[in-house]
Design a protein around this ligand. Sequence first.
Ligand SMILES: [Zn+2]
Ligand SMILES: [Zn+2]
Ligand SMILES: [Zn+2]
Length: 83
Amino acid sequence: MCQRLAQGTRWKKCGHFQRQFVKAIVDCNSKQCKKSYRHPQNCLQPTCYQTFGPDIEENVDSVDEYCFQCRAAQARAEGRPLT
Ligand SMILES: [Zn+2]
Ligand SMILES: [Zn+2]
Ligand SMILES: [Zn+2]
């Protein structure tokens, strides 16, 4: 199935990727994939793929920190307000 080439930030301490925008769609060239250009428009097969595969993650920058979600989770676990 097709994949999105996403650009974003890599948070080094937790390794999470934060998508900023989708730069391109990588076409899988499959006629069984509704996201592909090769898929016929009039196809009614319910078995065709309708979703994208996992994003291809391209780091445009990296931060030596935890991501927002991880910091929020840590703050909740420690019972302190999020700064
Ligand atoms: Zn595809
Ligand atoms: Zn189809
Ligand atoms: Zn994280």
